[in-house]
Ligand binder design. Structure first.
Ligand SMILES: Cc1cc2nc3c(=O)[nH]c(=O)nc-3n(C[C@H](O)[C@H](O)[C@H](O)COP(=O)(O)O)c2cc1C
Length: 207
C-alpha cells in the first residue's frame, strides 16, 4: 500500500480525515490494486413500495462530490423500489484488505446527458442487451431472450445504438458513511461520518 492507513490503529475520531469521500477514494484505489476482479462491486439495498427490503450486487460506475453512481434498467425491481422510496444503502467488502464501507443516502436520477455518455462507452453487446432484457420481468424461455437480442441486433445493424429510455443511472447522495477495518479478535475499527447540515461529523463505534 502506498499511503499509510489512517484508520487501522485509530485512537479517536479526531485523528481521522475530515472528508469521508477523500478516504473512500484512497481505500477504493487500494482495492483496485488488491482485489483481482470487480473492486467496484457493491451490494445495493432498496425498499419496495410495501416496505420489503431487497439487495443485489451492482457496479459503481462514477463517484464525485455529488455521490455514488450505478446504471441499470429503471423498470427493474430496484427501479420500481427507487421510484417508491428514493433511498438506498450500499456496501463494499474488500476481503483482501479486511475492509468494509457502508453508505446510506437519498437517490436521484443521473442526467440524460451523463447516462448517454456512459452508455456510449459500453460494449455493443451490452448496449443491445439493455434493449433486449426486460430486467426483473418473468421470462418464459431462454429462446425468448435470444430472439430479442437477435431482433435488436438486426434493427440496429450499421447504426449507433441509442440508450433505451428505460435504462439509466442513479446517484446515491450519501448522508452516512461507515469505514470498517478488520481487527484481531473481532476488535474492529469502526469510523462513522454523518452529514450535519453541510458538514460531516465523525465518531467511532464499538465493534
Ligand atoms: C458482479 C455483479 C455486477 C453486477 N452489476 C450490475 C449493474 O451494474 N447493473 C445492473 O443492472 N445489474 C448488475 N448486476 C445484476 C444484479 O445483481 C441484479 O441481478 C439485476 O440488476 C436485477 O436486480 P433487481 O431485480 O433487484 O432489479 C450485477 C451482478 C453481479 C454479480
Amino acid at each position: 500500500m502506498s499511503n499509510p492507513d489512517p484508520i487501522k490503529a485509530l485512537e479517536t475520531a479526531n485523528d481521522a480525515p475530515d472528508q469521508p469521500l477523500a478516504l473512500f477514494h484512497q481505500w477504493f484505489a487500494e482495492a483496485e490494486q488488491s482485489e483481482p476482479v470487480d473492486a467496484n462491486a457493491m451490494s445495493v439495498a432498496t425498499i419496495d413500495a410495501d416496505g420489503t427490503p431487497s439487495v443485489r450486487i451492482l457496479l459503481l460506475k462514477a463517484l464525485d462530490d455529488r455521490g455514488f453512481v450505478f446504471y441499470t434498467n429503471k423498470q427493474s425491481r430496484k427501479g420500481d423500489a427507487l421510484g417508491a422510496n428514493p433511498l438506498a444503502a450500499l456496501c463494499f467488502h474488500w476481503k483482501s484488505l479486511g475492509r468494509q464501507v457502508r453508505i446510506e443516502g437519498t437517490v436521484e436520477h443521473v442526467s440524460d446527458e451523463e447516462a448517454d455518455s456512459y452508455f456510449a462507452t459500453r460494449p455493443e453487446g451490452s448496449r443491445i442487451g439493455a434493449w433486449a432484457s426486460q430486467q426483473s420481468r418473468q421470462l418464459d424461455s431462454r429462446s425468448t431472450l435470444e430472439k430479442a437480442v437477435a431482433d435488436r441486433t438486426a434493427e440496429y445493424e450499421g447504426q449507433t445504438i441509442p440508450r433505451p429510455p428505460h435504462w439509466g443511472g442513479y446517484r446515491v447522495i450519501p448522508n452516512r458513511i461507515e469505514f470498517w477495518h478488520e481487527g484481531q479478535y473481532r476488535l474492529h475499527t469502526r469510523l462513522i461520518y454523518t452529514k450535519q447540515g453541510g458538514d460531516w461529523a465523525k465518531q467511532m463505534l464499538f465493534p
